[in-house]
Design a protein around this ligand. Structure first.
Ligand SMILES: *[C@@H]1O[C@H](CO)[C@@H](O)[C@H](O)[C@H]1NC(C)=O
Ligand SMILES: *[C@@H]1O[C@H](CO)[C@@H](O)[C@H](O)[C@H]1NC(C)=O
Ligand SMILES: *[C@@H]1O[C@H](CO)[C@@H](O)[C@H](O)[C@H]1NC(C)=O
Ligand SMILES: *[C@@H]1O[C@H](CO)[C@@H](O)[C@H](O)[C@H]1NC(C)=O
Length: 309
């Protein structure tokens, strides 16, 4: 008797699964939105042969909106902190939230049910984070107008207050600053909303290659996910005299015609290995030139041997 009941239940479940007509197509919840924005939550489903009984919306497990097409009016609301539904614009496929705030962040679930006798129910969810944008752009402080080679750069980039915290990145002449140059400080929490302010220091000793055409551009970029993207840039001038005096110390490359071929090859090797391989492309190019010169030397030696014979 018990086995008989069990098999009936299994057949019932299998039938329900395979005759499954009600299908949830997509629940669309914005991942990030800005405080005070109007947010549209969408729920698309396919009833096939079923009839819609209800659409329910939950935030963090608590129902706040219910749509029953048989009811008049069909929509009803349940108050929740951070939820302010625009009833006029909401329907069975969308809920519009007016001026969201920090309490509106959370998991939104849409649940669709069919009519009797099957009462099929399908649901899916999306997570939303409400962002409080900073009122000020990232600020660069502590910088000097002029730097000489050998000087220490010690500057700070400070974000405006936001939630979540702004992620800061430093760039030197458009290239992301190396990790050793960075000095992260603790983020500061302020106010009742717990807004956060971040400070990222940039510290390094100035080298010749930090100057591009005599100046150095320091840029600080602040980002909050996909909703905030602001940067600030400072241009610094290099002291010309110091720059040129250092440049003159650079070993003069062998261009004299009196050099032997071997010397030239040696020079190629020394520049190749002393020069910092700032880009792989450049060094692979040099490698090619060196290989070409070697094959030329070998070819010429073979020719000379043939002539000698
Ligand atoms: C939103 O979040 C989901 C889940 O984490 C992810 O799959 C999707 O790519 C995100 N969408 C955007 C626009 O970032
Ligand atoms: C909501 O309805 C009002 C009044 O018809 C309309 O002006 C507004 O654009 C609608 N908002 C949305 C998000 O659909
Ligand atoms: C950078 O900010 C930190 C933290 O506020 C502070 O202690 C430090 O003195 C600042 N440095 C400069 C160069 O402004
Ligand atoms: C050489 O280049 C690398 C990055 O390509 C850099 O990290 C390193 O500090 C450079 N060294 C010198 C001596 O410039």
């Amino acid at each position: 008797m018990r086995g008989y009941l069990q098999s009936i239940i299994i057949v019932f479940i299998v039938l329900r699964e395979f005759s499954n007509a009600l299908r949830l197509i997509e629940v669309r919840v914005p991942n990030y939105t800005v405080k005070d924005n109007v947010v549209r939550l969408e729920c698309y489903y396919d009833m096939e042969d079923e009839k819609l009984y209800s659409v329910k919306w939950y935030k963090d497990g608590h129902e706040f909106y219910r749509y029953l097409p048989r009811d008049h009016p069909p929509a009803s609301l349940f108050p929740l902190p951070g939820i302010n539904v625009d009833l006029y614009n909401s329907s069975d496929t969308q809920v519009v939230l007016q001026s969201v705030n920090l309490a509106s962040s959370g998991r939104y679930r849409c649940e669709v049910s069919g009519e009797a006798p099957s009462f099929q129910t399908v649901s899916d969810h999306g997570d939303m984070v409400v962002v409080v944008l900073p009122e000020t752009d990232p600020k660069i402080t502590g910088g000097r107008a002029r730097y000489q080679i050998g000087d220490r750069v010690n500057v700070n980039c400070t974000s405006g207050r936001s939630k979540p915290a702004v992620k800061l990145t430093w760039f030197i002449n458009g290239q992301q600053a190396s990790h050793e140059y960075l000095k992260p400080y603790k983020t500061f929490k302020t106010g009742r909303e717990g807004l956060e302010q971040t400070v990222l220091g940039l510290r390094f000793r100035v080298q010749r290659d930090h100057f591009k055409n005599g100046d150095m551009k320091l840029k600080c970029l602040g980002v909050i996910e996909s909703v905030y993207w602001k940067s600030n840039e400072e241009s610094v001038i290099g002291d010309r005299q110091k720059v040129s005096s250092l440049e003159s110390k650079k070993p003069v490359s062998a261009t004299s015609t009196s050099n032997t071929r071997a010397d030239r090859v040696h020079d190629f090797f020394s520049t190749m290995f002393t020069a910092n391989a700032s880009s792989c492309l450049q060094s692979s190019h040099q490698m090619l030139v060196v290989l070409l010169m070697f094959s030329l030397i070998i070819l010429q030696q073979q020719q000379q041997q043939q002539i000698a014979r």
